[in-house]
Design a protein around this ligand. Structure first.
Ligand code: BTN
Length: 267
């Protein structure tokens, strides 16, 4: 069968979308790789003051949270990763993955997508269905976290045969916007938001962005369950605290859930 036609990533179009910010990024575009996260983890980019970004038209071994795969079909999703360095001698700033979700949400809103919400810790939903996923992995040197590799996948046009397992279903940009922007413009818009929000986050921490996250909280005041290796916890979603931890109102009081290998579900 002839492969579906799709618009390939174009570094020039990404740079044009970034405008004056283009010089802040060292962007590499590949037609194919196993996983952009794996590439940046295994081949750390040299430090030259710019934010290294690796984007691929297609991943052959894309990875998701909790050991799952991020599936790939030609033109189905925008897949890219960036390396973000922590301040020297600093610790891993709390709330990083939530800030990344917020940046994706703001970029989508700026393109006219309605009904964008965030599911803790960092899935991006549109009217309850998953549009984008985020995988943050830490890079350590001499026993100290030095940087994060932040991987983002945004569904552009899922093929009819795509059977992606997600409790509330998945969606793609083509279903949310008509006509939908190409992958290069979308990448430029997301990088623009990431640049602004990560700078603010580095200077002021998650408290500066907490309210913006809560405004988009998909499960605010709803009954939820947290599923993890240690069992499950049920309660009402009471938002997130200043560290980005999820707050659950339970019969015995307020419980705090730190982002980890857990899954959040509507009860
Ligand atoms: C999730 O929702 O489980 C996270 C999905 C993250 C997918 C992106 S695609 C670009 C980057 N490379 C990967 O292998 N994974 C992330």
């Amino acid at each position: 069968m002839k492969p579906a036609e799709y618009e390939a990533l174009d570094a020039g179009v990404v740079a044009a979308a970034l405008g004056g910010l283009a010089g802040a990024f060292a962007l590499e575009v590949l037609p194919e790789c196993d996983s952009t996260n794996t590439r940046l983890l295994e081949n750390p980019p040299p430090e030259d003051g710019r934010i290294a970004v690796l984007a691929a038209d297609r991943q052959t071994a894309g990875r998701g949270r909790r050991g799952r795969a991020w599936q790939s079909w030609p033109g189905a999703s925008l897949t890219f990763s960036l390396q973000w360095r922590f301040a020297p001698a600093g610790s891993v700033p709390a709330g990083l993955s939530l800030v990344v979700g917020l940046a994706v949400a703001r970029a989508l809103e700026g393109l006219g997508v309605e009904g964008v919400q965030l599911k803790w810790p960092n899935d991006v939903l549109v009217h309850g269905r998953k549009l984008a996923g985020i995988l943050v992995e830490l890079v350590s040197a001499r026993g100290r976290p030095e940087a994060a590799v932040i991987g983002i996948g945004i569904n552009l046009r899922l093929p009819p045969e795509a059977a992606v397992d997600y409790p509330t279903g998945v969606t793609d940009l083509a279903a949310c916007l008509g006509p939908a922007p190409g992958p290069s413009l979308l990448l430029g818009r997301v990088l623009t938001q990431l640049h602004g929000l990560l700078e603010l986050f580095a200077a002021a921490g998650f408290p500066a962005l907490r309210e913006a996250w809560q405004q988009r909280n998909a499960f605010a005041d709803l009954p939820v369950r947290i599923l993890g290796e240690g069992g499950q916890l049920a309660g009402t979603c009471a938002g997130v605290d200043e560290d980005g931890a999820l707050l659950l109102r339970t019969p015995t009081g307020l419980s705090r859930v730190l982002s980890g290998d857990v899954s959040l579900r509507l009860a």
